[in-house]
Design a protein around this ligand. Structure first.
Ligand SMILES: Cc1cc2nc3c(=O)[nH]c(=O)nc-3n(C[C@H](O)[C@H](O)[C@H](O)COP(=O)(O)O)c2cc1C
Length: 386
């Protein structure tokens, strides 16, 4: 089982993560992680912060000479912006009050609810950790899990299907082609015409001081039937994936397969009928279920769809109340993204990869990757002869 923890404030010294439970013998280097970190940083609509940070992960433990040791893997990403915050975010008491307290909660953020819950009169003590800067470390941990999955030919990809009112309509049918098109698009949208309109919409919002959200899909291919379980609520893979994606800042909806559309169609239109042939064994011609039935993978690609709300920090002022003076004011604007749906999609890939890697190790175990592989291959033979 993989366990992981992350720590770090948005303008603190660094983000750190510890991944425990990765088998020994997995080939891993920092480039495997940095590739995904830069995929998270690009994306049309992102703000000034991403121009300051060029995220790179350092592997501090758990890997020797390009292979995992089975010991905890410690990762660190330094915040370049720390140079401007050394006193303001210092751990030392001597720097207390070196910058003014933040007392004006921004609507749509954890600012007010966090200040009330943790009894903080400087909202910076909340916003530094609630910021989505934290997702950089989730992406790093996810990249380690993706490396494990790739040894089993499992791939996790994402693409954007909607920004604001603009929907992708003409996407390549094949998942590989769709993914390649997304990788070559700075808004991660595989429909090039829609991508142009999405970017125009973001530019218009930016000019008006507004922001946009959107919808993206995450697909995992090569996942064998049999991960997750129907036997208890907290072992269902659909539930675990939904929680992991809903935990990403600003994600407000998640669907698996046809999701909400299933609620308005008759049963005859949304079940994936089962067929059999000697060559392919059991197979389906459709994937309305999104690869999961009864909380267990069924061998079809896992398909998740998530909705992200618009970025809550607006140049256009929003009404709020100062937590000290109780006076009404219009929320002050700080440098911010106009749209971060492509980055959220990459983060959701990472979160899905962590859950699927965990389910894989739960089923196949192994302290060394070759042991995990032996168990995996034996199980696959069993599936083929079922
Ligand atoms: C990758 C990513 C980047 C984000 N960038 C910003 C940003 O620049 N400004 C902002 O106000 N919110 C941004 N958000 C959204 C906020 O972090 C989020 O709305 C806020 O923490 C409140 O959480 P909630 O929306 O889940 O309630 C971003 C979210 C993600 C996933």
């Amino acid at each position: 089982m993989i366990r992981y923890l992350t720590s770090g404030e948005s303008h603190g010294q660094a983000l750190t993560g510890i991944v425990e439970g990765m088998p020994a013998g997995l080939k891993l280097n920092s480039e495997d992680i940095n590739k995904d970190l830069s995929r998270r940083q690009i994306g049309y609509g992102r703000g000034g912060r991403m121009k300051i940070e060029k995220d790179k992960a350092q592997i501090l433990s758990g890997v020797r000479w390009g292979e995992t040791l089975g010991s905890p893997i410690c990762l660190q990403i330094t915040n370049n912006d720390w140079n401007n915050w050394k006193e303001g975010m210092s751990a030392e008491k001597e720097h207390a009050k070196s910058i003014a307290a933040v007392t004006r909660p921004r609507p749509g953020h954890a600012d007010l609810s966090g200040a009330l819950k943790y009894r903080q009169y400087d909202i910076r003590n909340i916003l530094e950790r609630s910021s989505a800067r934290e997702t950089a470390m989730r992406v790093a941990v996810g990249a380690v899990c993706k490396k494990l999955l790739s040894a089993f030919q499992i791939k996790v990809i994402s693409y954007v299907t909607c920004i604001g009112r603009i929907h992708a309509k003409d996407m390549p049918e094949g998942l590989d082609e769709r993914f390649d098109a997304a990788e070559n698009s700075d808004i991660r949208c595989p429909d090039s015409n829609a991508a142009v309109m999405m970017k125009k919409l973001i530019d218009e919002a930016n000019a008006k001081g507004d922001t946009h959200g959107g919808i993206f899909e995450v697909v995992a291919t090569g996942v064998p039937a049999g991960l997750g379980s129907h036997v208890h609520w907290d072992r269902r893979l659909d539930g675990k994936l939904a929680q992991s994606i809903m935990s990403i800042q600003a994600i407000k909806g998640i669907e698996i397969g046809d999701g909400f559309a299933m609620g308005i169609k008759p049963g005859s239109e949304v079940m994936d009928e089962i067929f059999h042939s000697k060559e392919t064994n059991f197979y389906r011609n459709t994937n309305h279920a999104g690869g999961i039935e009864g909380g267990i993978t069924n061998g079809m690609p896992i398909l998740l769809r998530a909705a992200m709300k618009p970025i809550p920090s607006l140049k256009k002022p929003l009404q709020s109340v100062d937590i000290i003076s109780k006076e009404e004011f219009e929320a002050a604007y700080e440098r911010s993204d106009v749209c971060a749906v492509p980055a959220a999609a990459v983060t959701a890939e990472a979160m899905s990869a962590i859950v699927i890697a965990n389910a894989l190790l739960e089923k196949f175990g192994g302290d060394n990757i070759s042991e995990t592989m032996d168990n995996f291959c034996r199980y696959k033979q069993g599936l083929d002869s079922f």
